[in-house]
Ligand binder design. Structure first.
Ligand code: ATP
Ligand code: MG
Length: 566
């Protein structure tokens, strides 16, 4: 396409409200424009890239036998009432009324709608398994829409839903879709990890998030430097063999520690390593007090506390509650001589502490030479702490490293939550009626496009991978007023286009500097520059990523591109 005819409004200035690189570059290079906060238009270049992401997603979903549908964004509130989510989804769900005062939601997700679609029509196990997907705009009134396409209020999602008779069927579909997602993100050229995620309130067992490694990411993931292991830090199990020093146990004693409250203060003051301190935190677990112990250099993970105690609500006790239960303010609390009404649980590491330090449940006082089991009883030792960088990977291979991640995909075993509440049943092999077993799977299509830019850019602009670039080749005629340059440029544009290459042809009557700056900003992987040597039939090829330039006869370009870029 001729750049002179294309709508590519590039900007030299960084938009003032754009923090994320992808946001800055996609606006500056003329791919997107904001309408209102979290709502964007895709301009011609942006639409092209988005379509490429969509095509990859479609190909991989179709490959596993999944079928594309298109459901409405406008959904009657009754369906959300049936599932219960009209009340639980919260303010993120965009709600509106029609002229008859009927209430609707704009689809934030489509579990309700798709379940209602099938419930009266799919009746026999013979019709399953089935996976349906769509690529469509989703609406979520995010609290903090930001980072451009990364967190929008209207965005493009590929959502898919699987329907099975039994758990094995679900497991199979889950694996197939998991692998399809891996291929999608590989084809997008992304550095990503499939991480074990928290199933949260949804109560499901298996769930993974696909995380693109990028500093702007809002999640922290722990992954192994040697294997595939990766988990959301909340979910990463700690598997460490702690060894106990064989020092003789000394006599318990108390020490005056005026004003020394934090582990750092106490460790410094008493001149002991943090590892020898017992950190005690009082939690209210389903309204009952639980004292949770960890080593001073570790952090308690409330998700693990919640899971170990099979609890609903886990909250740190307030200062008031702490005083009430332990008779002392936080900072000096500990497990010795605590009333039997308080459950004491501890992270495994605590078991190996010898002659440690802990609070005395009296202000300005700590104990030294504390030995677990001799000086206090623990009802349960468990894995309760956050994994840390440098810990061994739980799969036994390599060491844990942290990175920030952008969630681009999510696979989730739903089970029967929606089929039960909305009444989607089938007759199984034995003629018995049972709710359909479902899975739910999402890819943030527009977010993926931005995540690619987060990983692939430099100071001058975007560095598209060939699979997503809006064009295969950027042909630039430096000076179209020069007949030789213009003729060679036009000829190459015609010839290469006829070879099924998708070219962006810069035929604009602009200064050379403007053209080169725009080309780098737009970020097509290879540029062909028709300049002064056009008279000799020589052009320049520039690799956008490395910046390397090469001169060659125009006649060799087609073969060179075929070998290196297409
Ligand atoms: P997040 O934790 O980032 O809010 P989520 O867990 O709410 O995401 P899902 O409900 O699993 O997201 O949606 C499926 C996919 O849709 C996500 O993996 C993500 O890629 C994408 N997505 C979700 N919310 C947004 C948003 N506000 N803007 C752009 N993409 C989004
Ligand atoms: Mg999610």
């Amino acid at each position: 396409m001729r750049q002179s005819k294309l709508y590519i409004p590039t900007l030299r200035e960084v938009p003032s409200d754009a923090e994320a690189k992808s946001h800055q570059l996609l606006v500056r290079a003329g791919y997107i424009r904001q309408s209102v906060s979290g709502v964007y238009s895709f301009l011609p270049l942006g639409r092209k890239v988005l379509r490429k992401v969509e095509t990859i997603v479609r190909e991989e979903m179709d490959r596993i036998g999944s079928q594309e549908v298109l459901m409405p964004a406008l959904q009657p509130s009754e369906l959300w009432e049936e599932s219960g989510r009209w009340h639980t989804y919260g303010p993120e769900l965009m709600r509106l009324n029609d002229r008859h005062n009927r209430t609707f939601a704009l689809g934030a997700t489509h579990e309700e709608l798709i379940t209602s679609l099938l419930r009266n029509e799919v009746r026999s196990y013979k019709e399953l398994p089935m996976v349906l997907y769509q690529i469509q705009g989703k609406f979520r009134d995010e609290k903090r829409p930001r980072f451009g396409l990364l967190r929008g209020r209207e965005f493009i999602m590929k959502d898919a839903y699987s329907f099975d008779v039994d758990q094995e069927g679900l497991d199979q579909n889950y694996d197939d879709i998991f692998n399809a997602y891996k291929r999608v993100f590989e084809r997008c050229g992304l550095n990503f990890r499939a991480v074990i995620a928290d199933s949260g309130a949804m109560g499901g067992k298996d769930t993974h998030e696909f995380m693109v490694l990028a500093d702007i990411g809002e999640d922290t993931i722990a992954y192994s430097n040697e294997s595939d292991f990766a988990a959301n830090i909340e979910m990463a199990p700690v598997k460490v063999e702690y060894s106990k020093k064989d020092d003789p146990e000394k006599e318990l004693g108390s020490v005056e520690t005026i004003g020394q409250k934090t582990i750092s203060e106490v460790a410094d003051f008493m001149d002991v390593p943090k590892e020898d301190c017992i950190k005690s935190l009082l939690w209210m677990v389903d309204e009952k007090p639980v004292l949770v112990l960890s080593r001073g250099d570790h952090e308690i993970n409330d998700v693990k506390v919640k899971n170990v105690l099979d609890a609903e609500v886990v909250e740190l006790a307030t200062e008031e509650q702490t005083k009430q239960v332990l008779g002392c303010e936080p900072g000096y609390i500990g497990p010795i001589d605590v009333s039997d009404d308080v459950l004491i649980i501890a992270d495994h590491a605590v078991q190996s502490i010898v002659n440690g330090v802990c609070g005395a449940n009296r202000v300005n006082e700590h104990y030294q030479n504390v030995n677990p089991e001799r000086d206090f009883k623990v009802q349960q030792y468990a894995d309760l702490r956050f994994i840390q960088e440098g810990d061994p990977s739980p799969d036994g291979q390599g060491t844990i490293v942290f990175a920030r991640g952008i969630e681009v995909g999510h696979v989730f075993k739903l089970g029967t939550k929606y089929s039960e509440s909305l009444g989607a049943n089938i007759l199984d092999q034995n003629g018995k009626s049972a709710p359909i077993i479902m899975g739910s799977y999402g890819i943030g299509v527009s977010r993926t496009m931005a995540a690619v830019v987060e990983q692939m850019h430099d100071d001058n602009g975007v560095l598209w991978p060939a699979a997503l670039s809006p064009f295969d080749v950027h042909l630039i005629c430096v000076n179209p007023k020069n007949d030789e340059q213009s003729e060679l440029g036009e000829r190459m544009y015609e010839e290469l286009s006829s070879k099924r290459m998708d070219l962006l042809y810069d035929d604009r009557k602009e200064r050379a500097g403007v053209k080169f700056t725009d080309a780098d900003l737009i970020g097509v992987p290879v540029q062909i520059i028709v300049g002064k040597k056009a008279s000799e039939g020589i052009v320049e090829v520039k690799d956008r990523k490395s910046g390397e330039k090469l001169e060659m006869p125009a006649s060799e370009i087609e073969a060179y591109l075929g070998q290196n870029y297409l």
